[in-house]
Design a protein around this ligand. Sequence first.
Ligand SMILES: Nc1ncnc2c1ncn2[C@@H]1O[C@H](COP(=O)(O)OP(=O)(O)OP(=O)(O)O)[C@@H](O)[C@H]1O
Length: 613
Amino acid sequence: MNIKNLANMSSSIKPEPAKGSIKTLIGLLPFLQPYKRQFLLAGLALIVAAAATLAIPYAFRQMIDLGFGSRGIGGADAAASTLHIDLYFLALFGVACILGVATAARFYMVSWLGERVTADLRSAVYAHVVTQSPQFFETTKTGEVLSRLTTDTTLIQTLVGTSISMALRNGLLFIGGMVMLFITSVKLSSIIIVMLAAVVLPIVFYGRRVRKLSRESQDRVADASALAGEILNAMPTVQAFTHEEIEARRFGTSVERAFHTAMQRIRARSVLTMMAILLVFGAIVFVLWLGAHAVVQGSMSGGQLGQFILYASLVAGSIGALSEVLGDTQRAAGATERLLDLLAAQSPVQSVLLPETLPASLSSCTANGAALQLEDVVFHYPSRPDSNALMHLSLDIKPGETIAVVGPSGAGKTTLFQLLLRFYDPQQGRITLDGVDIRFLTLSALRSAIGIVPQDTVIFSENALENIRFGRADASDDEVIAAAKMAAAHEFIERLPQGYQSFLGERGVRLSGGQRQRIAIARALLKNPPLLLLDEATSALDAESERLVQTALEAAMVGRTTLVIAHRLATVQRADRIIVVEHGRIVETGTHTELIAQNGLYASLAALQFNTD
Ligand SMILES: Nc1ncnc2c1ncn2[C@@H]1O[C@H](COP(=O)(O)OP(=O)(O)OP(=O)(O)O)[C@@H](O)[C@H]1O
């Protein structure tokens, strides 16, 4: 349980990972391992198909030399020749049948693998990303994560579903074809080998360039989608400032940049393909020219040359395909690198291996709430190491107490909540819940004990029932309705067109601010936590909403410890204690009356903040 080490772990993903090489693909092995059997079957189908392909030129030669050859033309041998033709055509058809079945089987297995591995990878990356701390989401754009989940996984799907099998098939055809070329004619094949060596070097060199451009191209696409994601999430602001055109132009520029980089990659890849084909075929045409001379001089039969031509075109085709596969594989290697980076991101806030448990009274909140202690807490955000957001903050809260937290903007009020939820760990000091250091609890045990009503409630694209059930997934409908009643949300939900079944739409656009807050309060009540964190909305509600929200909050505070970032007079007046925070320190503590009497920071804040009530 070395907390220091845990805290020091970096959560951010590397901004620019080391150069992607095909070796990176080894990182995919854990995702392939569960499907060894399918791989084996696909491999078998592949070998059968490759063997059938390689058998075709041989059958072809037999047909020419033995079927049409000098032995078979005219006279007594005519009957035997017909038999030969029948046999060899039958054999050829047999081979084609095997090729058809084996190719279909390979395609099926390999495509299945591609889809399966991609689905697993997507789920694994997503499951990992949702456990990351806020720090991660500060440094990684949502759009980029989405792009990795979609574009990058699709590249890997191409790799597993197509490229690997293409590489293996063409690799086999290349090796088998070369062996058969040597068997057919050692002299011509030796010449081909020498020429091939001269052909491969430029291809390898150019392949590197294509890989680099691939990576850049993916980055640009990710940039564009990150930009779009950010803007689409802020549409009302964008439109209120009439920024539609500017944003459309900005996105257009980003898309153009992606297009430009993609074009560079496509150009490089076209050159690569052209070079590969020209060089390989050039070499083969030259060798065939030599072969034609050999047939004329009688040192080679026509069938032999036919067979050689077919094998040579198989070999040439396989080299062409391999160079193309190399491009895809390199793109997939880049994608794998980016996905593995995401998977490797470690949240600095981790559950300890041997967690302590909360006292039973806390896990089922029936008692009075939780005791909470902050002991000399010092904290700075990882992105701002030289500016402490909280400084030597100590606080002792008894079970059932209601504490109002007041302070100027930027004082550290929200930060305090973030630490209580363990979105971050303090650099110094500790926080205990009923005497247990919260770092020794599992994250889920800690967060289950805390209910939060944020300033701005997120409403999911679900009906009202499910939106409240977000507070506790296993709550029954009756429990949800009971919580809604306590939170003064029942009436307005009943009045919605389909009552609790009403779809609240993306971001709950159909609900007013006060209604959203009551949904949030209902969620918290459903969770029934011993510790409640409220962040009162600063925006003014109309008198009726205000009254309803206050009623709901009062219901929510009963029987639990409550910390509330207060913006309303009613709240501070009801609080057992008010703590006044400034520059990350507690500067005043007391009740409303006491603090007003002190005539310090609180008194001046109260005069400003609460005068509308
Ligand atoms: N994610 C973050 N990364 C870096 N600094 C942050 C982050 N969040 C807050 N801060 C800084 O920490 C300090 C305390 O911020 P905090 O949000 O806790 O203030 P607050 O009292 O809640 O203010 P407000 O009432 O305006 O919400 C501020 O100086 C703020 O700029």
